[in-house]
Design a protein around this ligand. Structure first.
Ligand code: NAG
Ligand code: NAG
Ligand code: NAG
Ligand code: NAG
Ligand code: NAG
Ligand code: NAG
Ligand code: NAG
Ligand code: NAG
Ligand code: NAG
Length: 465
């Protein structure tokens, strides 16, 4: 996600809605969100409102727009993550309203080699961006989501293709291994090795191991974890299992950025839980448990309401960061399923969190738009795809036990794959040339990005320290 932070406004449609809300709210049309978790009908009608709010940011099927993409300023990666939220929404509510658009979007964005390297994205795509689409199709396979036609790529195949293309970028030449953040040399962050890119690969490896039973994936997962651990991206001493952001390879990955993001913690926690589920080895349960132990820093002390600790208190979460709590919530739900001994405690934090979510989702012209800060008394006046996605995921991951857990080939999964997926492509990586990028723009953008990044790091460091 090496892009310029964009305006806090999330699309003209939302802006217009909010302006309308300020000018003339017909109070009797406003439906507040009120979910009684002991009542199935109440849960379904409440979640339908939140999911509709998320889909309000989707215009990819309008004339002139791109299927699979959400409105500006939401980047391609976040679309991949948002479709994962809609997939879970269908799974937990049985509401098939969005299934067609979900399926066609996942298939439209695969790229010519069926590996989520679509040509429109290849000048900016990072490993993490590709990884989040891979994780969404992995979940489609685990949930037995409607299989594509036989002449189309299958969910498992796509997840394997993402895994294989990412694994092929493993870089032994710097820092003894690890993935770089960026795929392409001309992008900012090419010299940065980070937890999110490696965490996506780890999470995919763990779930592919469990799904297929192919131990090559287990070996990869072990290798990735060891690399993250050896380089202190995971602070695994007895008191501190923090998951940090990453480090520059120009310093041999020795200066680890201390930022802690919810979604990084979730990637490693649920991946470790999947490996425990697959291998039955206590080391993986210990790892998942200890990451969860540290992840309590993402919940407010008194109320146990989830928050993005590195940016939320200062009001500086950028567009991307505002969706992280949603991805984290999804991984918390998966952890409950893969490592049942963690279920009760995680669910108690989710239950406390959703009290905050419900009182936050009271904004906008519809009366149930969700905000960013769930500890705020009421709606905090902030809205967007990330806010909506995060609220939906926090709420629906309280339902993980109402449906069967993730399937594997052993337990009846039907998606068809190929262990070599993505390895024989004439990959877009060789098709795109750095010279296609305007050097002047690139340099300018680099300076601004670096400047913003320094500001952001300084602000967040000050918060955490
Ligand atoms: C690529 O961009 C063009 C122009 O915006 C659009 O028409 C097309 O649908 C896009 N394709 C994909 C796969 O996103
Ligand atoms: C959206 O567009 C895709 C791609 O063009 C198409 O396959 C799909 O049927 C459309 N979905 C809806 C709900 O209109
Ligand atoms: C860089 O780190 C790797 C292990 O990650 C180590 O093998 C190598 O010796 C280090 N290189 C330098 C120059 O410190
Ligand atoms: C903690 O990290 C070290 C390397 O830094 C590794 O040798 C050890 O196995 C890790 N412990 C656990 C429990 O993962
Ligand atoms: C998993 O390990 C536990 C003890 O660590 C053992 O009691 C149990 O039988 C094992 N289950 C399987 C399926 O191997
Ligand atoms: C593995 O996951 C399944 C599905 O959620 C669950 O039923 C099972 O108890 C888990 N196995 C272990 C060893 O935790
Ligand atoms: C998966 O979906 C297929 C096709 O819809 C169906 O035949 C099969 O029973 C499903 N399997 C499970 C385990 O739900
Ligand atoms: C899997 O993919 C490889 C490489 O594209 C191909 O050679 C092989 O035939 C495929 N296997 C199956 C079972 O489709
Ligand atoms: C296991 O996965 C690896 C890595 O993707 C692949 O190369 C290999 O062919 C797979 N083995 C089987 C038996 O599918």
């Amino acid at each position: 996600m090496a892009r310029l932070p964009t305006s806090l406004l999330s699309g003209s449609r939302a802006l217009v809605l909010t302006l309308l809300a300020l000018i003339c709210v017909p109070v009797h049309h406003v439906a507040a969100l009120d979910i009684d978790f002991t009542n199935d009908a109440s849960v379904k009608s409440g979640l339908a409102l939140v999911a509709k709010g998320l889909m309000d940011y989707y215009n990819g099927n309008d004339t002139g727009q791109t299927p699979g993409m959400f409105v500006s300023p939401y980047y391609w990666w976040e679309a991949g993550a948002a479709w994962g939220s809609i997939l879970d929404y269908w799974y937990y509510t049985d509401d098939e309203t969005y299934n067609d658009v979900l399926k066609s979007s996942l298939l439209y964005q695969t790229g010519p080699n069926w590996d989520y390297m679509p040509e429109n994205q290849t000048t900016t795509e990072g490993n993490d961006d590709q990884g989040f689409w891979g994780i969404t199709v992995m979940a489609a396979a685990e949930k037995n989501f409607s299989n594509p036609q036989s002449n189309e790529p299958q969910w498992l195949y796509l997840a394997q293709a993402v895994f294989n293309t990412m694994a092929a970028r493993w870089d032994d030449k710097h820092c003894g291994g690890g993935l770089r953040w960026q795929i392409f040399t001309w992008n900012n962050g090419y010299n940065y090795k980070n937890t999110v890119s490696n965490g996506c690969l780890f999470n995919l490896a763990a779930r592919l191991a469990r799904y297929t039973g192919n131990e090559t994936y287990t070996e990869w997962a072990e290798k990735i974890w060891d690399w993250l651990s050896d380089h202190k991206f995971i602070g695994n001493d007895s008191t501190n299992w923090a998951v940090y952001d990453g480090a520059s390879l120009l310093e041999n990955c020795t200066e680890v950025s201390p930022l802690e993001w919810t979604y990084n913690s979730g990637l490693l926690m649920s991946g470790a839980a999947a490996l425990y589920n697959h291998t039955n080895q206590t080391i993986w349960l210990t790892r998942a448990t200890n990451i969860w132990g540290r992840a309590r820093v993402f919940f407010m002390d008194n109320t146990k309401i989830m928050y993005e600790a590195a940016c939320q208190p200062s009001g500086r979460c950028n567009t991307d960061q505002r969706s992280f709590k949603g991805i984290f919530s999804r991984f918390l739900g998966l952890t409950c399923l893969f490592a049942p001994s963690l279920n009760d405690e995680i669910q108690s934090y989710l239950a406390a969190t959703t009290v905050g979510v419900l009182q936050s989702c009271t904004g906008g012209s519809d009366g149930h738009t969700c905000g960013l800060n769930w500890g705020y008394n009421g709606w905090d006046g902030v809205w967007g795809l990330g806010e909506q996605m995060s609220a939906l995921e926090a709420l629906q991951n309280r339902l993980v036990h109402t449906k069967p857990g993730p399937l594997s080939e052993e337990t009846g999964a039907t998606s068809v794959g190929n262990g070599s997926a993505g390895t024989t492509s004439t990959t877009s990586e060789t098709v795109v040339h750095p010279l296609d990028i305007e050097n002047k723009d690139k340099a300018g953008a680099g300076v601004i990005t670096a400047f913003v990044l320094i500001l952001l790091l300084a602000a967040s460091w000050w918060l955490i320290a």
